[in-house]
Design a protein around this ligand. Structure first.
Ligand SMILES: [Zn+2]
Length: 225
């Protein structure tokens, strides 16, 4: 019997307010509508389920929770933050990406995996301005849930140690720490690839998979049996 890595998703209040606010382009086109509270509740369930699904696919012993009520340590944290201080063209931030760089319950939060709301909104708007392909506009809560989940999954994996040790895990050197190359036929993106197209990042119908060397690593550090 193995103990799972518990991962707490923390939603900072000002980040949630900004995420839920309507996003409009300069020409008045609505890129996404404001998100009401029942939609936000549903989104949180979707995000949790998507992230859990990716880690289930990996065969890794990870449990995703989004409420700290009754949660015993150790656990690791992924935060939804406004992210005003980060490069605007960034979906998220992975913290350290050395082997098993877990910081259970770590504070300050500066060094932990994050999803950046300013980055999400900037990237969507920038794609629209530059005629970069996007899913059908206006985007809906499903598109945002998917994008947040992909980001959580990716940044959390950085926190778990993917993919700095490039000769072992097939990654590019620090600070990029991503897997180059294309996924197998039938799959569009590796979860630890950097710079995926905006459309696939926002489209729940897009296919994402783990690179096999990464699932081997995740199963090794977080075995289920
Ligand atoms: Zn990354």
């Amino acid at each position: 019997m193995f103990i799972p890595q518990v991962v707490l998703l923390v939603y900072e209040k000002d980040a949630v307010s900004l995420l839920r606010a309507q996003l409009k382009a300069a020409d008045g086109t609505v890129l996404y509508d404001s998100i009401n509270s029942s939609q936000w509740t549903a989104m949180k369930t979707q995000i949790k389920n998507h992230v859990a699904g990716f880690y289930t696919d990996a065969g890794a012993n990870v449990r995703i929770v989004d409420s700290s009520a009754g949660l015993a340590s150790p656990y690791t944290v992924v935060r939804l933050v406004k992210g005003s201080g980060f490069p605007v063209n960034t979906w998220g931030y992975g913290g350290g990406c050395d082997f098993h760089d877990l910081r259970p319950n770590a504070e300050p939060a500066d060094d932990m995996a994050k999803v950046l709301v300013v980055g999400h909104r900037w990237i969507i708007n920038d794609a629209y301005q530059n005629s970069v392909p996007l899913p059908t506009l206006p985007l809906g809560p499903d598109n945002l849930s998917w994008s947040i989940a992909i980001t959580v999954c990716h940044e959390l994996a950085h926190s778990l140690g993917l993919v700095y040790n490039n000769t072992i895990l097939g990654g590019t050197p620090y600070p990029l720490c991503h897997n180059p190359g294309t996924p197998p036929t039938g799959w569009q993106w590796h979860l630890m690839t950097g710079g995926s197209p905006t459309k696939e990042h926002l489209d729940p119908a897009s296919n994402w998979c783990w690179k096999e060397v990464n699932t081997d690593y995740l199963k090794f550090i977080l075995p289920k049996e």
